[in-house]
Design a protein around this ligand. Structure first.
Ligand code: SF4
Length: 377
């Protein structure tokens, strides 16, 4: 398989999006404002660190940013002005906290490809590393991010992108292959002017490379189902995605007004049902209070009788219970698969075992529910 880090990332967020871009090679339509903003910032960061002796000043970097600016991609003036101001702030904060002359750049926008052997196949993953620096005791690999939210450290520790970059770096510098911990892996969150870093030991590197191989297996076996999420708002394939088909349908069987009436009624009843459930809970509490005061378990009122039902749940020491029931060959009759737990366990199973478990799955029953999202972008 020939793929790139960004394709692997897109498979993890939505398999269908991966199919559209990596398999069907459908060229995305207009880039989202977020994507354009990210490209301009990346280009400015590259500009800041380019030059042999004299590097650009802050003023020159701000000029570069302004020249690259493209207001046409934004849907409204307010959004455009806010994004422009944010870009200026990023450049100013960067110069405030970094002196580009102090940074020993090894490479910028460094193209790479890594080959991974797996099940008799060679997989090629390619990409571009934003920046590689020489630091005191080794090297630092840096990827710039323009995300709004600063993630937790675990996001960096478990980051697939940095792992692939490390593999690519070690391919270029094989003499460091035995000491990967000397390579600092960093995500630089420019909107927060914060760098989050991690390192990998040799054994971590080995274990985590397995994750990439599992992902490649998953892609091979995937049926590329769409997976809607807040990231759909940034997806360039909405117009051809089955999950968004109705939004772009030209001929429709019901009018917007008819749909709105039904949806609104549905939402109103859902709110009413929730309020009724709360009210029932409060009435139950009052009735139980009366029973407690009267020291009875049944209340009589005209032709009505209200009885207290005592519900308890228990848990057992599963190992000991199993020992007892297995001796009587009865364990199989009580041991049900807990699907919630199974789904959690499946996520950490090696892909081969996961596929074997998936094959055992049979559809038992099927029903449909509804979820309503209000105020989408
Ligand atoms: S719109 Fe959403 S569900 Fe459809 S392909 Fe894009 S990310 Fe996937």
């Amino acid at each position: 398989m020939n793929t790139s880090y960004s394709s692997l990332n897109s498979f993890q967020t939505c398999p269908l999006r991966y199919k559209f871009s990596a398999i069907d090679k459908i060229k995305p339509g207009k880039k989202s404002p977020e994507a354009v903003f990210g490209s301009i910032i990346h280009s400015t960061m590259q500009f800041i660190h380019t030059g042999s002796f004299i590097l650009p000043t802050q003023k020159e970097a701000l000029n570069h940013f302004s020249q690259k600016w493209n207001p046409d991609v934004f849907t409204n003036e307010f959004q455009e002005r806010a994004a422009f101001a944010q870009g200026i702030k990023i450049v100013q904060s960067y110069y405030k906290n970094n002196d580009p002359h102090d940074i020993k750049i090894v490479d910028i926008e460094s193209r790479f490809s890594v080959d991974l052997k797996h099940n008799g196949e060679i997989h090629l993953i390619s990409g571009i590393i934003d920046r590689i620096d020489k630091v005191e005791d080794g090297y630092e690999i840096i990827d710039y991010k323009t995300a709004r939210k600063l993630p937790a450290q675990s996001h960096v520790d478990d980051n697939l992108q940095l792992l692939i970059y490390l593999l690519a770096f070690l391919k270029r510098y094989p003499q460091l292959a035995k000491t990967p911990e000397k390579i600092k892996l960093s995500l630089y969150f420019l909107k927060h002017d914060t760098k989050l870093s991690t390192t990998k030991t040799l054994s971590q590197l080995k274990d985590e490379t397995e994750k990439i191989l599992n992902l490649l297996d998953e892609i091979k076996d995937s049926s590329f189902e769409p997976q809607t999420s807040p990231l759909c708002d940034w997806c360039d394939y909405q117009e051809i995605c089955p999950m968004w088909k109705h939004k772009f349908k030209e001929e429709i069987s019901v009018t917007d007004a008819e749909k709105n009436t039904i949806i609104q009624k549905y939402l109103d009843l859902q709110t009413e049902a929730k309020e009724i459930r709360i009210e029932i809970g409060q009435l139950q509490k009052s009735l139980l209070g009366i029973m407690e005061g009267e020291e009875v378990d049944r209340l009589f009122s005209g032709d009505k009788i209200v009885s207290k039902i005592h519900r308890q749940t228990f848990k057992y020491n599963e190992r000991k219970l199993k020992e007892i029931l297995e001796r009587k060959k009865l364990w199989d009759q009580v041991n049900k698969v807990n699907l919630v737990q199974l789904n959690k366990v499946l996520k950490v199973l090696p892909s081969q075992d996961r596929r074997a478990v998936e094959k055992l799955k049979k559809l038992k029953s099927e029903s449909y529910g509804l979820s309503v999202k209000q105020g989408s972008k």
